[in-house]
Design a protein around this ligand. Structure first.
Ligand code: URA
Length: 199
């Protein structure tokens, strides 16, 4: 069976998932958006209220910032694939527990095996922990290449929601660091770096 069809079936299977308590309060599960043939995959944490309502990842404020980051990289939405560690919204947008992440991770492994991206960007601490099984914080991890399952290069960077939360001064520094990380991703993909001042 071809990968697209298998992704569809995986998405349908997740819609009925009751492996952890998060299913009790979800409006719907959130699987992915973008191109399943993309070379570049972004992995976030879990749906928030907007994603829970609309059924797609990163469609709220953090998602709008992520979209601007993708555009700044000189890429189109159709050239990336976006998903999360967890498929159901944690109440109050709290961080998913280790148990919730562990329950959901096999879905991500299956999904990534079908998409086979060349590079993964881990957005924030939860995505980094889930993909790389590390206990190191995002500050220590960001900006350094790691390998997902010994195969796919992963660049951990700050979550766009963190950029939105930071104070004016902290935000500038964090944005600069994220931009450095995304430039490293473009280099790794052999894509041109956008001209300075164009981001
Ligand atoms: N934050 C995430 O990590 N994922 C989403 O889908 C939305 C916000």
């Amino acid at each position: 069976m071809e990968a697209h069809r298998r992704l569809e079936l995986l998405s349908q299977k997740i819609q009925g998932c009751t492996l952890c308590a998060l299913h009790q309060q979800r409006k719907q599960t959130v699987f992915a958006r973008g191109n399943p043939n993309a070379e570049l995959c972004f992995v976030g944490e879990a749906p928030g209220a907007d994603e829970d309502a609309q059924g797609y990842p990163f469609v709220g404020r953090a998602g709008q910032l992520l979209d601007r980051m993708i555009t700044a990289m000189g890429m189109r939405q159709e050239e990336v694939y976006i998903t999360n560690i967890c498929r159901c919204r944690p109440p109050g947008n709290r961080t998913p527990t280790t148990e919730e992440m562990e329950a959901c991770l096999p879905y991500l492994h299956e999904q990534l095996a079908l998409v086979q991206p060349r590079v993964i960007v881990a957005l924030g601490a939860t995505a980094t922990k889930g993909l790389l099984k590390t206990s190191l914080g995002i500050k220590a991890m960001r900006g350094t290449w790691k390998l997902y399952r010994g195969m796919i290069p992963v660049m951990p960077t700050y979550h766009p929601a963190y950029l939105l939360r930071e104070t004016e001064v902290g935000r500038l520094d964090a944005k600069r660091e994220v931009w450095k990380d995304l430039q490293a991703v473009l280099e790794r993909l052999g894509r041109p770096l956008p001209p300075r001042g164009k981001k």
